[in-house]
Design a protein around this ligand. Structure first.
Ligand SMILES: Cc1cc2nc3c(=O)[nH]c(=O)nc-3n(C[C@H](O)[C@H](O)[C@H](O)COP(=O)(O)OP(=O)(O)OC[C@H]3O[C@@H](n4cnc5c(N)ncnc54)[C@H](O)[C@@H]3O)c2cc1C
Length: 293
């Protein structure tokens, strides 16, 4: 069994992790880590560093100086009470929340824990990729900032060192005429990892797409969410018309690599990804046009 260390503050947590890593692991909401330990999917760590005392300092959503900053220990419930659920620029956050686990999970799960879990089912990774998010990683040796895209290596594999903690997620405040959508297809409404998930972010100017950002739960052979960059290029400068939607689907088909497993075939996943793209582009366009969800 493991021992739990309850740090006094961030510095205490970082020192403990530095001294005992890789035998010590951070514990945030526990909705992923404790399940993995219970099911023996990972070796039982010697120590868990309970991050809850750090929530005083690392639980916030603020918009200042053109940046959106989210403390890594902010729970999804707390995010749902923030500006990210009130302004159409961030509409994808409401979509992601509505499809996330159960109410009990949303009260405990943190955004930092979702990112550090690093699976293709980590919904906020897919969403934050289209916001071009950056992470603040801290250890006793200092701070480094990395783009979320560079943080991810493969399923459950990131560049996070065992003695580091994610302390903040940040991204530029989107310009006007911007909105987003997050779409998850699964067999049941809740409580199951999505078979296919996607996020779309558009900035429009005079009815044309000035900037498009598109992410899926998987785009390459890596089992981790990624951006569909070629598809983004295909539609930049275009208006949302049937012709653009067809071309977008064709571009996605060329760029995306899907896999089959016991849940779904690669062909089914690709078709569903195209459906997400089509539905998402229309939805975001309407959100920008009408300013409502
Ligand atoms: C019933 C159920 C339904 C779920 N539904 C969904 C869903 O719909 N969508 C989805 O994406 N996920 C879902 N999950 C997975 C899980 O709830 C999320 O990934 C959650 O956001 C994890 O956050 P946490 O705070 O609980 O992390 P924890 O379980 O505490 O930690 C997860 C991992 O992150 C590390 N970690 C945590 N915080 C930090 C930090 N600040 N710095 C560095 N490392 C850190 C831990 O060491 C561990 O390796 C579900 C889980 C369950 C049990």
């Amino acid at each position: 069994m493991f021992d739990i260390h309850r740090p006094r503050d961030l510095s205490d947590a970082l020192q403990f992790l530095d001294k005992y890593s890789p035998d010590a692991k951070p514990l945030a909401g526990g909705t992923e880590l404790l399940v993995l330990i219970r099911d023996r999917k990972i070796p039982v760590p010697k120590y868990l560093v309970d991050l809850s005392p750090l929530r005083r300092d690392l639980s916030y959503v603020v918009v200042e100086n053109g940046m959106v900053r989210i403390g890594a220990l902010t729970t999804l419930w707390e995010i749902s009470k923030s500006i990210l659920h009130q302004d159409i620029k961030y509409a994808g956050f409401i979509d992601a929340f509505r499809k996330f686990g159960t109410m009990a999970i949303r009260f405990n799960a943190t955004i930092g824990g979702n990112i550090a879990s690093a699976t293709q089912y980590s919904d906020y990774i897919t969403l934050l990729l289209v916001y071009d998010a950056e992470l603040r990683l801290e250890s006793v040796h200092g701070v480094r900032k990395v783009r979320l895209e560079e943080f991810l290596v493969d399923k459950r594999k990131t560049i996070l060192m065992p003695n580091e903690i994610i302390t903040e997620i940040s991204f530029k405040e989107p310009p006007s005429k911007t909105s987003s959508a997050f779409i998850k297809f699964d067999r049941r409404e809740l409580l199951i990892a999505g078979i296919v998930t996607g996020a779309i972010y558009l900035t429009e100017e005079e009815g044309r797409i000035r900037e498009a950002r598109i992410a899926f739960d998987m785009i390459s052979e890596h089992r981790i969410p990624g951006r569909a960059r070629s598809t983004e290029k295909c539609i930049t400068g275009r208006n949302i018309s049937e012709e653009t939607l067809i071309e977008a689907e064709q571009c996605l088909e060329k760029e995306m690599k899907r896999i089959s497993d016991w849940w779904a075939t690669s062909e089914y996943r690709l078709e569903m990804s195209k459906a997400i793209l089509r539905k998402g582009l229309r939805l975001v366009h309407n959100r920008i046009l009408n300013g409502v969800m």
